[in-house]
Design a protein around this ligand. Structure first.
Ligand SMILES: [Cu+2]
Length: 332
């Protein structure tokens, strides 16, 4: 039983997706790019003149050939990574090696040639107590930090901002109910050779291939962001590895998760739909841009939204014309 369990655990470990692992630079992505050009009087500036941050390789995105989890940027992520790397992994390794050693020993010591007259022993009270108690103690030992982590994940602090995440075949929409309820439609950016000459293609400033999107979800750093997921069609899953969040988006149901990225960890973080949702499941990436609060306010303005508690800007305000860029997804 124990052996079987150990083997299964080891197999699961091996099969675990190998994603980025590397020392996290402090890497506040330069949100510094914010030009003075964004503000009001820009009559000719398009509403989308917000200068987006450029992703940093190795942060918030996978690294080719790397093992382990992506560098974590949230407290929950750090706690979970500790649980995985410092508690579970060593434990699994020790148990697996111990059982393997026992197996090898028994195979050698009790093979027919070395042990022609088998023992008739059927009970050994001491051993039976030990091999019952020891696993129980190990499990209890794991349960304590595990349940503590669960409690932290499922007792979110009061939210500073709510974003409603809606899965669609095959793109995401992000609604900001606290900021005038505008909506952002986020589609995969295709490669140059996949689009027409006038269409926007991915550049390295957008992010890696198959992860870059045309419209990112933008959130303020240092704020508790409540994510409410749901879906318009089939089950999707909203997952951002660097935040250690993954939540199913189920039609007709609202699920909730949250994250808080510290103020010094601004940057772009990528994720993917993590529930098989149809033909283009692999082509509905997630990009979350974490910016300083002031920049967030700027971005909200370019989307025609308002900061909570404040009245909507006068319709004459030149700064926020047109466009909550509600592009329909091309279902090609
Ligand atoms: Cu999906």
């Amino acid at each position: 039983m124990k052996i079987l369990k150990t083997i299964m655990m080891a197999a699961a470990l091996v099969a675990a997706p190998a994603i980025a692992q590397e020392t996290a630079p402090t890497a506040a992505v330069s949100a510094s790019a914010a030009p003075a050009a964004v503000p009001a009087a820009a009559a000719d500036a398009p509403a989308s003149s917000f200068q987006h941050a450029v992703p940093v390789p190795g942060i918030g995105q996978p690294i080719s050939g790397a093992l382990g989890t992506q560098p974590q940027v949230t407290d929950i992520g750090n706690e979970a990574e500790f649980m995985h790397n410092k508690i579970l992994l060593p434990l699994i390794t020790v148990i697996s090696l111990f059982v393997l050693g026992l197996l090898l020993f028994v195979m050698a010591r009790f093979r027919a040639a070395a042990n022609p007259v088998p023992s008739k022993t059927s009970h050994n009270t001491l051993i039976e107590i030990v091999w019952t108690l020891l696993p129980v103690l190990i499990l209890v030992g794991i349960a304590v930090p595990s349940i503590r982590l669960l409690a932290h994940q499922f007792n979110p602090p009061k939210a500073d901002l709510t974003v409603k995440v809606i899965g669609n075949q095959w793109y995401w929409t992000y609604q900001y109910p606290d900021n005038g309820d505008f909506e952002v439609v986020s589609n995969l950016l295709k490669e140059k050779d996949q689009v027409g000459p006038k269409d926007r293609a991915r550049t390295d400033d957008d992010g890696p291939r198959l992860l870059a999107v045309d419209e990112r979800m933008v959130v303020p750093a240092g704020a508790v962001v409540k994510i409410i997921t749901t879906s318009n069609d089939v089950i999707h899953s909203f997952a951002v590895p660097a935040f250690w969040i993954k939540m199913d988006a189920v039609p007709g149901r609202l699920n909730e998760t949250w994250f808080k990225v510290p103020a010094n960890k601004t940057g772009v973080y990528f994720g993917q739909c993590s529930e098989l949702c149809g033909a283009r499941h692999g082509f509905m990436p997630i990009a979350v841009e974490v910016v300083p609060p002031a920049r967030f306010a700027e971005w909200v303005k370019t989307k025609g939204g308002t900061m909570s508690g404040k009245p909507a800007p006068a319709a004459t305000a030149a700064a926020a014309p047109a466009a909550p860029t509600a592009k329909p997804a091309t279902a090609s």
